[in-house]
Ligand binder design. Structure first.
Ligand code: FUB
Length: 472
C-alpha cells in the first residue's frame, strides 16, 4: 500500500495562526522520501540529464526548457506546477499549472488542459512516481497506461513506453526542486481539489475532512483527512473511508463528511449513492478509534435512507451541546435536526424536526458562542458563483431561529466565486474563530473543481457575525 502520509509544508508569517501569506514548499534535491511519495504543493521539475532544463508548458504543450534566475516571470510560472492529490487515485498525483490546468497526456504527448472531471481525463492527468535514474529523482508512470512514462525527447514531453535503457531512464527522470514561481497567497490550505470542508479541533489539533473534488457530477468515492497544529501546515493522512471496499450500500457521491467525537471514538457522517439501481443519496455513519481513521461503516446500512424524508439525504453535521447531547443536522432542500442517541448511530424518528430557514439550500452547520446557538447554511447551487453562506441565531440547538443574513459571499475583485459549504472552529481556549469553506478553484475552477480555504470569522459586540472577507 502506498504510504499516504504526506506533510504539506507552507511557511507562515510572523504568527502562523493569523494565516498570513505563505511561501511555497522548498524541496531539497535528493529529499524525495520514497519512490511512491512526492511532496505536494508548488514545485518545479528539473531534467536529470539536462540540468537547468525544467518541465514547462508552452502553447499548451509540455516540453523541457532552460529556466534561470534571469528568466521572465511567464517562463517561471510555466515551469511551476502544483503537485496535488491524483485526480484518478489518491495513491498517485496530478500536476496543476499556475492557471489551474492539469498536465495530461493526449496522443502520447504531454499538454495542459482544464479538468473535465470524466474518468478518461482524470486517468490521463494522473501519474504515479517511481524511483528515477539517480538518487532523489522520480520517474512518472501514467495511471491509465502503466507501461508508459513521461520522458523528454527532442525537448518535448512524451508518454513513451518504458525501455530498460540508460537513455530512456535518464530522459524520464526528474528532480523535484523549489518552485520557480513560489506561492504567494494563503489559500487553498490543502493543495488540490477539495470541497465541503468540515473543520474540527480534537485534543488541540485541527482536522479537515473534505469532499474529494474534481469529478464530473461529484462522483468521488473516498474521503481523506488532513491535520494541523496551526491551520497553515497540514499533514495528509490519506484515505480514511473508501466507498468501494468499505461501504456496501454506497459506491459514489462521497460527499460532505462531518466528524464528531464521543467517549474516545470518532464518528464520521457521510452521504453516498449507488452506481446503479437506487442512485439517490443516503446518509451513513462510520466509526474509528482515531480522528484519522481508518473508519468502518458502523451500521452496514444507511442511517437515513433515501426517501425517508423529503429533500436529499446529504450534508450531515453533528453539534454537541455543553450537556453532552449531540444533534444531527442534515439535508439539501430541507434542513432537519434530531437528537442522537448516546451510541451516535441511532435516533428516535419521532423527534426529527424540520428547521428549514428561508434561502436554505444545504450545508447546515451549528455552533454555540456565549450561550447563543448559531445555525449557518449555504444558499444557491454549488455550481453558481453566488453560492454563499447565511446564518440565523437561536436559543437552543433546535431553534427557534432568527435569520441574520448572508455573511460570506463571492469577491469578484479578487476572482473569488462560489464561497460556501463551510464549517467553523474556535481556537481552543480563545474567542478566535475560523471558517473553512470551499470556493471555485482560483483561477480556473467551477462547481466541480473547488478548493478548500480558511479565513477568520469575527463577531460584533452584539454577537452578530461580521461579514467574512474571503482572501486569496
Ligand atoms: O460536494 C458535493 C455537494 O456539493 C455537497 O454535498 C453540497 O453541499 C455541495 O457543496
Amino acid at each position: 500500500m502506498h504510504a499516504s502520509r504526506r506533510t504539506l509544508t507552507r511557511r507562515a508569517g510572523a504568527s502562523a495562526i493569523v494565516l498570513t501569506a505563505v511561501a511555497a514548499l522548498v524541496v531539497v534535491p535528493g529529499s524525495v522520501a520514497s519512490a511512491d511519495t512526492i511532496p505536494t504543493g508548488a514545485q518545479s521539475l528539473e531534467s536529470v540529464n539536462q540540468a537547468g532544463r525544467y518541465m514547462r508548458h508552452l502553447n499548451s504543450t509540455g516540453q523541457i526548457a532552460p529556466v534561470t534566475a534571469g528568466s521572465d516571470a511567464q517562463t517561471k510560472r510555466d515551469a511551476t506546477f502544483t503537485i496535488v492529490n491524483g485526480l484518478a487515485s489518491p495513491a498517485c498525483y496530478s500536476f496543476q499549472t499556475k492557471s489551474g490546468l492539469f498536465l495530461r497526456h493526449r496522443d502520447y504527448r504531454l499538454r495542459v488542459d482544464a479538468n473535465t472531471g470524466d474518468a478518461t481525463f482524470r486517468g490521463d492527468a494522473t501519474f504515479c512516481p517511481v524511483a528515477g535514474s539517480v538518487a532523489g529523482s522520480v520517474s512518472l508512470v501514467s495511471h491509465n497506461y502503466p507501461s508508459r512514462r513521461i520522458r523528454h525527447r527532442d525537448s518535448a514531453l512524451w508518454l513513451d513506453t518504458y525501455q530498460s535503457t540508460a537513455q530512456f531512464q535518464a530522459d524520464s527522470s526528474f528532480r523535484i526542486t523549489a518552485p520557480w514561481a513560489p506561492k504567494t497567497t494563503q489559500g487553498p490550505v490543502i493543495p488540490g481539489l477539495f470541497a465541503d470542508p468540515h473543520i474540527m479541533n480534537f485534543n488541540g489539533r485541527y482536522y479537515l475532512y473534505p469532499t474529494t473534488d474534481g469529478y464530473a457530477s461529484w462522483s468521488g468515492t473516498y474521503y481523506k483527512a488532513f491535520s494541523s497544529t496551526d491551520l497553515v501546515n497540514w499533514t495528509d493522512h490519506g484515505v480514511i473511508l473508501n466507498h468501494g471496499p468499505d461501504v456496501s450500500w454506497a459506491d459514489n457521491s462521497a460527499w460532505a463528511p462531518a466528524v464528531a467525537a464521543r467517549n474516545g471514538r470518532y464518528y464520521l457522517y457521510f452521504s453516498g449513492g449507488l452506481a446503479s439501481g437506487n442512485t439517490a443519496k443516503q446518509l451513513g455513519v462510520a466509526v474509528a478509534d482515531s480522528p484519522t481513521g481508518p473508519f468502518r461503516d458502523a451500521l452496514g446500512r444507511p442511517l437515513i435512507r433515501s426517501g425517508q424524508y423529503s429533500g436529499q439525504a446529504i450534508d450531515p453535521m453533528v453539534f454537541t451541546d455543553d450537556d453532552g447531547q449531540s444533534y444531527l443536522y442534515w439535508g439539501q432542500g430541507a434542513a432537519r435536526v434530531v437528537p442522537l442517541n448516546n451510541d451516535m448511530t441511532s435516533f428516535d424518528p419521532a423527534r426529527v424536526r424540520v428547521i428549514t430557514p428561508s434561502g436554505y439550500n444545504e450545508g447546515a452547520f451549528v455552533f454555540k458562542r456565549n450561550g447563543v446557538y448559531y445555525f449557518m447554511w449555504s444558499e444557491n447551487d454549488t455550481r453558481s458563483e453566488d453560492y454563499r453562506v447565511a446564518y440565523a441565531t437561536g436559543s437552543s440547538p433546535l431553534g427557534p431561529w432568527t435569520k441574520r443574513g448572508v455573511v460570506l459571499q463571492k469577491r469578484l475583485d479578487a476572482g473569488i466565486k462560489g464561497t460556501g459549504h463551510h464549517s467553523v472552529v474556535r481556537a481552543p481556549g480563545t474567542d478566535t474563530w475560523y471558517v473553512a469553506y470551499h470556493r471555485f478553484a482560483v483561477p480556473a475552477g467551477n462547481g466541480t473543481n473547488r478548493e478548500t480555504t480558511i479565513d477568520r470569522m469575527e463577531f460584533n459586540t452584539d454577537g452578530t457575525i461580521r461579514p467574512i472577507v474571503p482572501t486569496l
